[in-house]
Ligand binder design. Structure first.
Ligand code: SF4
Ligand code: SF4
Length: 242
């Protein structure tokens, strides 16, 4: 899958890589879906189907900063509604028993207990704060975790109380993971993920990180390198060429 990238600025923040990552994610998802359907698999995901919007949604650090910027640029009426919805959901999460240990487990992605945390979160039955009347209020800006969650078979299995697990089709490359790796390399830190409802409160505590810049060309080059490396580890991945 060939693609071309123009870099117009000298310095870039973490948030600046997100629009490019979203475009790539869309192209990858379209190609992946076509492949699944071409192989005769049924994909029930469609507009208004939202059982998965009660799952734990992890955000990479660049996504958190980008979403915060985008919300601040929205009309105040819309952004206040979303901020308030996040606040209400965050309060409900923080009211729950075992919250401290679960939040610590979640803060570093890739830890073995991540599945346990997801199960715990599903049991809370909290709808995503971006969900309104069965639709995503931020569909164009939705997280990579949502873009990369594609199931085959029946949508019924996506209900959190269903006895069978949904059959999640693994994407050939996860942009969420690529951004996590890129951020860890740039900041020389651990790979982090942030729970969606806590994202804006978390961003407020990390504003210095949001403002930090790196040479834009080097950032994009490394993003593409990690993407290709991750894709090449999976033999089913489409060939990415720049
Ligand atoms: S993952 Fe499941 S609930 Fe979500 S859109 Fe697809 S079929 Fe519907
Ligand atoms: S961000 Fe949108 S698509 Fe993702 S869980 Fe929330 S409402 Fe659903």
């Amino acid at each position: 899958m060939p693609f071309h990238i123009n870099v117009a600025v000298e310095k870039a923040t973490l948030a600046d890589i997100v629009p490019l990552a979203r475009k790539l994610s869309t192209k990858l998802a379209i190609a992946f879906l076509a492949g699944l359907r071409g192989n005769g698999q049924s994909v029930p995901c469609c507009k208004g189907c939202c059982a998965c919007c009660s799952y734990l949604i992890p955000l990479s650090v660049p996504e958190v900063f980008r979403l915060r910027e985008e919300l601040l640029e929205m009309p105040a009426e819309n952004s206040s509604r979303i901020f308030q919805s996040c606040l209400d959901t965050a309060k409900r999460i923080l009211d729950k028993k075992f919250r401290t240990s679960y939040l610590k487990s979640f803060s570093k992605s890739g830890q073995p207990r991540i599945n346990q945390v997801s199960k715990w979160y599903g049991g809370l039955e909290l709808a995503c704060p971006f969900l309104s009347d069965g639709l995503c209020m931020l569909y164009e800006q939705r997280p990579f975790a949502c873009r990369e969650h594609i199931v085959t078979g029946s949508a019924v299995s996506c209900q959190t109380d269903h006895r069978d697990e949904p059959n999640v089709a693994p994407m050939p490359v996860s942009i969420l993971e690529v951004l996590g790796q890129l951020t860890a390399e740039l900041e020389q830190s651990d790979i982090e993920a942030v729970m969606l409802p806590l994202a804006f409160a978390w961003a407020q505590d990390n504003l210095q990180r949001a403002e930090r810049t790196w040479p834009a060309v080097a950032m994009v080059k490394r993003f593409v390198e990690i993407l290709k490396l991750t894709a090449s580890k999976n033999s089913a991945a489409p060939v990415l060429s720049t």
